[in-house]
Ligand binder design. Structure first.
Ligand code: SF4
Length: 68
């Protein structure tokens, strides 16, 4: 096996492991409910919310859970 094949294989494995790690982290964050509050808020629409934080608020006194 040539040095190029070894380097290529090593890089491929590193990229694959990185992708698996990022996907697992994103899944864990979604499961915990992390992320933007607005994504889970019933007022997340310009017609109902004019707060400058929208759509990326992490804290909000007007937050109302979707479906509530
Ligand atoms: S009320 Fe607050 S949480 Fe809801 S969309 Fe507006 S800024 Fe986001």
């Amino acid at each position: 096996m040539s040095i190029y094949a070894v380097v290529g294989l090593t890089l491929g494995v590193a990229v694959l492991l990185g992708a698996v790690y990022l996907a697992a982290r994103a899944g864990a964050r979604a499961a915990k409910g992390d992320g933007w509050l607005c994504d889970r808020c019933k007022y997340n629409d310009a017609r109902y919310c004019s707060r400058p934080d929208r759509p990326n608020a992490t804290e909000c006194p007007d937050y109302k859970e979707l479906g509530a």
